[in-house]
Design a protein around this ligand. Sequence first.
Ligand code: SF4
Ligand code: SF4
Length: 78
Amino acid sequence: MKGAEKIEIDRRYCKGCMLCKFICPRDVYEVGKERSDLDYLMPQVARIENCIACGLCEQHCPDMVITVTGKEKGKEKA
Ligand code: SF4
Ligand code: SF4
């Protein structure tokens, strides 16, 4: 199964809209406790192990601040 190595959210621009949380089919995100530079509560990557690297969160983030890095082939079992 395809997964994510890491998920980064650019704290400079996140507006805390939580569209990423609502769009994610695998329940990867939770509302976090950290605030972005714009002073909004940011999502937190709570369950990266659930991520299938579908890219929906990246595509739907209105500010395009999410970067999902997929696992490389062959490293998935590591
Ligand atoms: S969709 Fe983008 S701007 Fe909205 S909470 Fe998620 S990362 Fe932040
Ligand atoms: S890439 Fe897909 S599964 Fe992974 S966090 Fe984003 S929406 Fe969820």
